[in-house]
Structures are given as structure tokens and as C-alpha cells.
Ligand binder design. Structure first.
Ligand code: NAP
Length: 245
């Protein structure tokens, strides 16, 4: 039996790993090792970077890999780009599992921007009490904003520099509507900043913001990587695997 490598770090990757383990596949899930206490997928797990494209290509060959599944977060651009190049170089089938992006509905007041610099520009002059949920690696983009207070929600402590007025709230989803409503109310939030991560685990903050008439600075996803088949469900990945030679 040859190995299937899942590039993970997402709830979808964990769910897929469990399905493949149950199906008797030889699966290895790979985590970047960014968070101190990661949710660990079922089956075999390896943790840490591969050492760029060359390292990933070597890993695929050394482990007799038959398929590569990129189920990383839609904003994890570097590992996805590396996966595309390594799979192409190795002649290995590659599929990308991406949860669908969120779309604005009635009541949503979104200001869509292309990147964190755009998000910081949108915050300046717009919000005074900002709920920042972009993740620990992206807080620095807001460090120069001195006239707003930020509630920074992160799993692990944010990487400096931080904006001068802030409170760090460490927690891990999934989140629920009642809790998100209370958080917005208790902290008198008047602006939410988020990436368009998609998925259900962190969606309730958007519903709570819409209910309260709070604007949302929404960072659009980067363009999808060029290589590989695209899938948005575990079923589509299983179907794809089943038809591989
Ligand atoms: P990134 O910028 O695309 O990747 C930076 C480097 O980290 C990669 O070049 C690779 O190092 C290593 N890496 C990333 N994901 C890896 C994985 N699954 N297994 C092994 N090495 C990995 O990634 P990122 O945005 O920092 O995200 C890191 C991880 O957190 C990803 O697995 C992603 O699914 C998860 N995550 C990201 C976000 C987000 O907003 N970006 C949110 C939730 C979860 P080498 O070049 O040395 O191989």
C-alpha cells in the first residue's frame, strides 16, 4: 500500500483524514507546527515544514506517496504553491480541498479588501472598537493604528508588533451565535475584521455582526493555486481518489 499525504491544519483536513483512516488507507497528515496544542488528526501525523519545494518533493518520494491532498487553509499560500510545484515535478496527482468562501447576504455590511494592508486602511478612521480575528500572524498590519482599541482573538499569542491599544483574547473555535453576540455587546465592538476563511466554525461572528448592524472588513481570498483538481467536499476527494489508477 502506498501513502496519501494530506497537508492539513484545518478542520476539513482532520475530517478527511478520519474518513480515509476508516477506509483503511495509509494516510499521513502534515501540520506546520504553528500552534502549541494542535488538534491532532487521526492516523499518522508529521509536524513541521518540509524545507521548501525540494524537501516536500523528497518526502513524497521517500514515503512512496501515491497522491497529495492539499487541505490547508485558503490563506496558506506558500505551502499550497509548494504543493503545486512538488506534485508537478513528481508526476503525482494533486487535489485541493477548499471550503467554500463566505458570501454576503441581506443585512451583511461588508467592506471587501484584497489584503491585510487594505484591511488596515479600511479600519483607519472607521472603527473605534475593533474585533480583530485575522489570526496571530497578521496583527502587525494594524500596529500603526493608534486611535482604535482592538480585541485580538487568537489561539496562540499574537506576533508583535501589536497596536498600542488592545486586549488579547485567547480561544479556539468553533464559536456559537449567542457567545458571539455577547462578545460584541460586552466589548461595544463597532467593527469586525476577518479573512474570508469560509466554513461553519467561525461563521457565527458574521451573523452576530449583521444582527447588530456592525460593519465587517472582509479580506478576500488569494487567487486559488493553478495546479491540481479543486474540490470543496470530502466526498469529492474520495471520488477522485477512487478513480486514480
Ligand atoms: P504558509 O505561509 O503557506 O506556509 C509557510 C511554511 O510553513 C511553508 O512553506 C511550509 O514550510 C510550512 N507549512 C505550512 N503548512 C504546512 C503543513 N500543513 N505541513 C507542513 N508544513 C507546512 O502557511 P500559513 O499560512 O503560515 O499556515 C500554516 C498552517 O496553518 C497551514 O497548515 C494552514 O492550513 C494552517 N492555518 C492557516 C491559517 C491562515 O490564516 N493562514 C488559518 C488556519 C490554519 P516549508 O516550506 O519548510 O515546507
Amino acid at each position: 500500500m502506498s501513502t496519501i499525504l494530506i497537508l492539513g491544519g484545518t478542520a476539513e483536513a482532520r475530517a478527511l483524514a478520519a474518513r480515509l483512516v476508516d477506509a483503511g488507507e495509509d494516510v499521513v497528515s502534515s501540520l506546520a507546527g504553528r500552534v502549541s496544542d494542535p488538534a491532532v488528526p487521526r492516523g499518522q501525523v508529521r509536524i513541521g515544514g518540509f524545507g521548501g519545494v525540494d524537501g516536500l518533493r523528497n518526502w513524497l518520494s521517500d514515503n512512496n506517496c501515491r497522491a497529495l491532498i492539499d487541505a490547508t487553509h485558503p490563506f496558506a499560500r506558500r505551502i499550497s504553491a509548494n504543493a503545486g510545484v512538488a506534485a508537478a515535478d513528481s508526476g503525482l496527482p494533486l487535489i485541493r480541498l477548499r471550503r467554500p468562501a463566505w458570501t454576503a447576504g441581506p443585512g451583511d455590511r461588508w467592506i471587501e479588501v484584497d489584503d491585510m494592508a487594505g484591511a488596515a486602511a479600511a479600519v483607519a478612521g472607521r472603527g473605534r472598537r475593533v474585533f480583530l480575528t485575522t489570526g496571530r500572524q497578521d496583527v502587525g498590519a494594524f500596529a500603526g493604528i493608534t486611535d482604535a482599541w482592538f480585541l485580538i482573538r487568537v489561539v496562540d499569542p499574537p506576533l508583535p508588533p501589536l497596536p498600542p491599544h488592545h486586549t488579547v483574547l485567547r480561544s479556539r473555535g468553533p464559536y456559537h451565535l449567542d457567545g458571539e453576540r455577547k462578545l460584541l455587546r460586552d466589548n461595544a465592538i463597532d467593527l469586525l475584521v476577518t479573512k474570508n476563511s469560509g466554513g461553519a466554525h467561525t461563521r457565527p461572528k458574521l451573523a452576530a455582526a449583521a444582527e447588530a448592524g456592525i460593519e465587517v472588513v472582509m479580506v478576500r481570498r488569494p487567487p486559488p493555486p493553478a495546479h491540481g483538481v479543486q474540490a470543496d467536499t470530502a466526498e469529492a476527494v474520495l471520488d477522485w481518489l477512487a478513480q486514480l489508477p
